[in-house]
Structure formats: structure tokens, C-alpha cells
Design a protein around this ligand. Structure first.
Ligand SMILES: NC(=O)c1ccc[n+]([C@@H]2O[C@H](COP(=O)([O-])OP(=O)(O)OC[C@H]3O[C@@H](n4cnc5c(N)ncnc54)[C@H](OP(=O)(O)O)[C@@H]3O)[C@@H](O)[C@H]2O)c1
Length: 80
């Protein structure tokens, strides 16, 4: 397994995503929008194995997916 999707651009997604990049995984961070500025900043800091996209794109990308979205909206995000 090499590819991981992170759903969420908050502190939790950022922290887990950065650690996974440091461990050598390819990580796509998902958001409601494909150009989320927090995800863009995370990609900028984490180099070539980091990317961003929509929630659906991050879920498709990952062989394993972390749900790091705001709890009250998580079910809504899972449907996307
Ligand atoms: N931060 C902590 O210290 C901490 C500690 C323990 C547990 N947690 C839990 O871990 C989870 C993530 O926490 P977090 O602080 O990293 O991030 P967060 O601010 O709780 O959630 C950020 C994510 O939720 C998405 N989101 C917000 N409103 C939404 C809506 N109306 N519809 C769909 N998605 C929506 C955001 O989407 P966009 O990217 O599109 O903005 C973003 O990706 C939460 O459930 C939190 O309770 C957090």
C-alpha cells in the first residue's frame, strides 16, 4: 500500500498527512473545493508526494482513507 487519502483540511488531517508523507506514502488531501487554501499550503510544505483534490478525488486515490472531517458533517462528506 502506497497511496492514502485524507478527508479533511484541519489540524488532524494536516498532522496525519504530514506524518504519512514523512513515512514515504503518497497522500491526497480532500476538501469541499479542489483549490482549498489550507490544503494548498499543506501540499506546498510536503513536496512531490502530497496533492489535493475534492473529497471524492481523495477517497478514490487512497487505498486507505482517513476521515478527518468535522464530526457533524462527516456523514454528508461520506456520501460525496
Ligand atoms: N483538532 C483537534 O485537536 C481534535 C482533537 C480530537 C478530535 N478531533 C476531531 O477530529 C476531526 C477533525 O478535526 P480538525 O480540527 O482537524 O478539523 P475540523 O475543523 O473539525 O474539520 C475540518 C474539515 O471538515 C470539513 N467541513 C467543515 N464543515 C463542513 C460542511 N458543512 N460540509 C462538509 N465538510 C465540512 C472541512 O471541509 P473544507 O476542507 O472544505 O473546509 C474540513 O475539511 C473532528 O471531528 C474533530 O472533532 C479534533
Amino acid at each position: 500500500m502506497k497511496k492514502i487519502g485524507i478527508l479533511g483540511t484541519g489540524m488532524v488531517g494536516n498532522t496525519i498527512g504530514s506524518k504519512l508523507i514523512a513515512l514515504g506514502y503518497e497522500v491526497k488531501m480532500g476538501s469541499r473545493t479542489t483549490n482549498n487554501p489550507k490544503a494548498a499550503e499543506w501540499v506546498q510544505k510536503n513536496g512531490k508526494n502530497a496533492s489535493q483534490g475534492s473529497f471524492a478525488e481523495a477517497a478514490s486515490f487512497g487505498e486507505l482513507v482517513f476521515n478527518c472531517t468535522k464530526g457533524e458533517h462527516s456523514l454528508e462528506v461520506m456520501k460525496l
